[in-house]
Design a protein around this ligand. Structure first.
Ligand code: PEP
Ligand code: MG
Length: 455
């Protein structure tokens, strides 16, 4: 019983806090700055981290494109995930260095190491500050080829950075974070107010609002989800929305109403076949009719797009292109589903290869199908914010790249150092290669000075 005292203290504190209606976050024990070392953190846990207290975190589980890692980037918290056994290598009170750029964690560093990393951190901060000079420069290659660079956001706190980092709009607003960590569902009014605020803040630039992508690794406590053996391939995203039509319609009403206040586009996640698009459009039409009969304003020409993130969708991109106004390639899932590797599973994260010839061929197919049908095509998976991949994406003719906000100036810097013509010819050569490793070697060989100065 003595050993359980701290648990009982914790429960007591928690009950008192709940009775007092104080919002709790998962870190309660410390008033100091801390680094979290845990087996796992869910995306819902991560979004609740107090950025004033948590200097960084490292966990045994997860992959670079898991929503936990994505949320760490959104919160600008240094993190290293998927270390398998970090919890058994570190104990409470240890001093730890978290190098989120290189995916390195050092426990109990020597004074020399500590000094070296403190200096490195200063240089890193300086480098980051220096990148802000790219904010107002156009996102174009040295031979004048333009690509739009946009931001991905998950939470409202990121809005001010979208502007500060010079994004040309929001290419992906992951609305599901609005639904996490609460007991009720967000009402139409609440959602409308939030989407309106985002739209007005970003106006006249566009805001691409993605409808609820729940399931997979993000669950809401308001809904009793059935246990699924493979939730990532289960009732997720559009599949969930087409089943829970009332929740879907409430969100669509809120998005449509926000479209009266700026340029809003709607993006539907995880489309795997054309029937899903038909069903979705039918529901959207019903919602538009309802709003019309209630005399509620919305943009009647609102553009709709689909995420291409399931291999079947990329294979029939030519058919899907006839149904929508734009595509957005979700490489996080497209790679996961194409290469059959769970993006949150650290055991197989070494197989997560954006440069895999199969992935590159799918991306090429999507872009070509979109362009032959007069559609623009964006990419909003983490691949879009990785400077190393920009020459290929440029060479393939991508129109827009949407990425975590911190990546924006870096990507613009690289883009401005590249030549469109040269990238196109490198890309043509890359399609003659047979492994991701060969592609990487070729890209490294052709890399210019701007690349080599990456952190
Ligand atoms: C993707 O799959 O690439 C994507 C952008 O969506 P998410 O990461 O939210 O699944
Ligand atoms: Mg996805």
């Amino acid at each position: 019983m003595q050993g359980r005292t701290s648990d009982i203290d914790y429960i007591e504190q928690r009950i008192l806090r709940n009775l007092a209606g104080i919002k709790s976050d998962i870190i309660t024990a410390s008033k100091e700055n801390i680094i979290i070392v845990a087996n796992d953190l869910s995306p819902a846990d991560t979004v609740n981290l107090n950025v004033n207290e948590v200097l960084g975190f490292t966990i045994d589980c997860g992959g670079k494109t898991s929503h936990t890692a994505i949320m760490a980037r959104a919160l600008k918290i240094p993190a290293v995930v998927g270390l398998k056994d970090i919890t058994s290598r570190v104990k409470t009170g240890d001093t730890i260095i978290i190098d989120g750029v290189h995916g390195v964690v050092i426990s109990n560093p020597t004074p020399d190491k500590l000094l070296q990393y403190s200096q490195q951190k200063l240089q890193y901060d300086e480098f980051e500050m220096g990148l802000l000079k790219y904010r107002d420069l156009p996102a174009e290659t040295s031979d004048g080829f333009r690509i739009k660079l946009l931001a991905n956001i998950e939470i409202m706190e990121e809005l001010s950075s979208v502007i500060a980092y010079g994004a040309e709009g929001i290419g992906l607003y992951r609305t599901e974070f609005l639904f996490l960590n609460r007991k009720d569902l967000p009402s139409e009014k609440e959602q409308f107010e939030i989407y309106k605020k985002v739209t007005e803040t970003i106006s006249p630039n566009p805001v691409t609002i993605r409808t609820l992508d729940i399931g997979g690794d993000k669950f809401m406590s308001q809904i009793d989800f059935a246990e699924e053996i493979n939730p990532v391939m289960g009732l997720r995203a559009i599949r969930f929305c087409l089943k829970e039509v009332a929740i879907f319609k409430t969100q669509l009403r809120a998005i449509l109403r926000a479209s009266a206040y700026g340029k809003v586009k709607i993006l539907f996640p995880m489309i795997s076949g054309i029937e899903e698009v038909w069903q979705t459009k039918k529901i959207l039409d019903e919602v538009k009719k309802e709003l019309n009969s209630e005399m509620k304003a919305f943009d009647p020409d609102i553009e709709i797009g689909i995420m291409i993130e399931v291999p079947s969708a990329s294979t029939i991109a030519d058919l899907l292109a006839k149904e929508v106004n734009f595509f957005s390639i979700g490489t996080n899932d497209l790679i996961q589903y194409t290469l059959a590797i769970d993006r949150v599973n650290e055991q197989v994260s070494y197989l997560y290869e954006p440069l895999h010839p199969a992935v590159l061929r799918l991306i090429r197919n999507i872009i070509n199908a979109a362009h032959s049908n007069g559609l623009t095509v964006a990419m909003c998976g983490e691949m879009a914010g990785e400077p190393f991949y920009i020459p290929i994406l440029l060479g393939l003719g991508i129109d827009e790249l949407s990425m975590n906000i911190m990546a924006l100036p870096r990507v613009k810097r690289i883009l401005r150092s590249l030549q469109y013509k040269e990238s196109k010819s490198i890309t043509d050569d890359i399609f003659k290669l047979s492994t991701a490793q060969e592609v990487e070697t070729m890209l490294k060989k052709t890399a210019n000075k701007a690349f080599l100065q990456q952190y």
